[in-house]
Design a protein around this ligand. Structure first.
Ligand SMILES: [Zn+2]
Length: 306
């Protein structure tokens, strides 16, 4: 039995901000869950993060208030937090007087989502994320699956398919194939655990019920049980790991951020030497990413053979 934790990165709306939408899944045998959960908690404790949720995109922002505090890195944890909060309170008062309610709301949202990390410098936050990625690399029993949708070049066969639905269908097919490959003497089952998200919950549950009856576009589904379970990422370390992997894949495709991608790359599912757990869905025929180059090479060689 394996658990597969799913989370997304990027805006799924076609008409929303440009760039990629990513759905990632990390799978592990249930008897390894305690090892991972303990290791994540230990790493959090070593960075004074307690039981804080790790939301990578918020953690890896530059916080202007820290830049405005002289010798911020020389202060202790309590002093850093107090100094940042002082500036933030002043800024909220300024926004109340001089900015629109919408601008104030956006500012408060940023402060709320970054509050748990303000005691760490930008360098310390980056180091924490690097250490977490290195931990993922060391978990050889873990498999990573990712569907990266290039929204700028998204022309699915059925135009009504949203990037979220497309990504989910492909991830389910990929996990099903993986489970069928590792089911040697005994059949391996998988259960999907998704970050709770109102906009996708009903759609994914309904899709999964259809897959159990008719299969996906690509395969039958008889190794994945149940409909996805939806949990709060704030209480579930492994969903936070899926969030980190989705973030790393999106940054790799949208901004060319290579080092973190290289760290977790060995965990992407492979069939022999070939990466099969990551797909780049794009109609850009000139994409030079590793996945697209290999797909083109395969098409060319099968054309030559035929
Ligand atoms: Zn590509």
């Amino acid at each position: 039995m394996r658990l597969f934790y799913l989370d997304e990165s990027g805006n799924p709306e076609i008409n929303g901000p440009s760039g990629s939408y990513v759905l990632a899944a990390v799978g592990l045998p249930i008897d390894r869950w305690t090892t991972c959960d303990k290791a994540i908690n230990q790493l959090k404790a070593s960075h004074y993060l307690g039981s804080t949720e790790i939301h990578t995109a918020w953690m890896l922002r530059s916080y202007n208030e820290q830049l405005a505090i002289p010798s911020f890195d020389k202060l202790d944890i309590t002093q850093r937090r107090a100094a940042v909060l002082r500036i933030r309170e002043q800024k909220i008062e300024l926004y109340k007087k001089h900015k629109s309610p919408q601008a104030l709301k956006s500012l408060k949202k940023i402060y709320k989502n970054t509050d748990a990390y303000i005691h760490l410098t930008f360098e310390e936050r980056k180091r924490f994320i690097n250490e977490l990625a290195t931990k993922i690399k060391s978990w050889t029993f873990l498999r990573l699956f990712g569907e990266v949708i290039d929204k700028n070049n998204y022309h699915p066969p059925k135009p009504s398919i949203t990037p979220q639905a497309q990504a989910f269908e492909r991830i389910v097919s990929r996990i099903e194939k993986y489970l069928s490959h590792i089911s040697l003497e005994t059949k391996e089952y998988g259960l999907l655990i998704h970050d709770e998200c109102e906009s996708v919950a009903a759609a994914h549950v309904s899709k999964m019920k259809q897959y159990h009856i008719r299969g996906t576009f690509r395969s039958r589904v008889d190794h994945i049980i149940e409909t996805p379970l939806f949990v709060s990422s704030s209480h579930t370390n492994m969903v936070q790991i899926a969030d980190l992997c989705a973030y790393i894949l999106r940054r790799y495709y949208d901004s060319g951020d290579q080092p973190l991608y290289d760290t977790i790359k060995t965990r992407i599912d492979k069939l022999g030497p070939e990466i099969v757990g990551l797909n780049h869905y794009t109609n850009n025929k000139a994409c030079t990413c590793e996945i697209c180059r290999k797909k083109r090479l395969k098409r060319t060689s099968s054309y030559r053979l035929s």
